[in-house]
Write a protein that binds this ligand. Sequence first.
Ligand SMILES: C[C@H](O)[C@H](O)[C@H]1CNC2=NC(N)=NC(=O)C2=N1
Length: 95
Amino acid sequence: MILTENQRNALLRPLLGSGWTLAQDRDALTRSYVFEDFVAAFGFMVRVALAAEKMNHHPEWTNVYRTVHVTLTTHDAGGLTLKDAELARRMDALA
Ligand SMILES: C[C@H](O)[C@H](O)[C@H]1CNC2=NC(N)=NC(=O)C2=N1
């Protein structure tokens, strides 16, 4: 369930090159998105919410006005799994 070393190299490398970073304190991906305004930021969160529900995999996120801070990890597994890499990819596509 937890990403193997090989999977991390293959799946996380593209994400880490396009805005995502590994969290310091836990096995998680994190990034921020800045939008035109609050409504654009919230519209993004609505679109992601629908995708997350479809995946049954949900982000940990905070929204301050036009910025959305995101952390992805799999609580059930205690770290990064394929679902996190997939949700990160989908979030970037929806941003
Ligand atoms: C019962 C349900 O499948 C679990 O709570 C799912 C829901 N969505 C989830 N989302 C995330 N990010 N991590 C989880 O471990 C998780 N578990």
